[in-house]
Design a protein around this ligand. Sequence first.
Ligand SMILES: C[S@@+](CC[C@H](N)C(=O)[O-])C[C@H]1O[C@@H](n2cnc3c(N)ncnc32)[C@H](O)[C@@H]1O
Length: 266
Amino acid sequence: MRDPLRRLLHRGLEVSGLIGPLHRRQERRHAELSSDPYQDGLPMPPAALIGAVAGTGSQRWYSEKGKQDATWFISVAASHGATWDGARVWDLGCGCGRIARWIAPDVLKSGGDFLGTDINRALVGWCDANLPGRYLRNSLQPPVKRASGDRDLVYAYSVFTHLRETAIRSWLAEIARVLRPGGLAMLTFHDEAYAAAWGPESVRVSLQSAPLVIFNDALEGSNYLSTWIRRSTFIALAEEHFSVLEIVPGRGDEPVQALAVLQKRS
Ligand SMILES: C[S@@+](CC[C@H](N)C(=O)[O-])C[C@H]1O[C@@H](n2cnc3c(N)ncnc32)[C@H](O)[C@@H]1O
């Protein structure tokens, strides 16, 4: 469907309040259609939960891409001198533990502590019952129930991609509060490179001049709403609280989001 027509239809559904149930039904249908059994040594979430975070129910994709993204976070943090052994780690917007399942076991074995939080009760409930680590619900806006300086490492994969600017600003401040001085945050986002390869046309065009674009502006925190941010915008927001160590642009060859590596100032 062409963009203006699609926008009109979606706007009607958003205003009528029908978009929430319809979006969730579509997620479940996609998940059921693509569900496939796969083992990786830990319990696998049901297709409906995988679908709620990934837009597919494929257990193979979920497991293998989760491992790939976890390995990425581990190596990027290590390249900036961070130690995972014994670290106090926080996965913000952990979903049903796609990445946590590859990180939490080793962190716990090395004497560290692993916390996952998410706004979706069903997702953190499943993690808490099935995965190593502790999992809590947080609200759309901070705070998270943690003391200041409580964590050494924080990562969030595809969470800032579903928040409006106000929530992005408050979560950046909250992550800075919860990190110890010198601690590292790794946060992914949809930048202009990712938009050029994978974004809807209206977003690609708008992002050439706009600092931040919201696509489907309803159901904040769900995959329905998507947020697109120029790298320079993300840097400016992050620099209010952090030293920006590295920005890895989003990839065009495969759908890997941009990554901001931030350090809490000492
Ligand atoms: C695209 S999914 C990614 C999940 C997980 N990080 C992964 O990579 O599989 C986005 C996740 O962010 C969660 N989320 C959205 N807004 C949030 C917020 N303000 N605080 C915590 N979690 C949030 C959603 O519930 C969802 O689980």
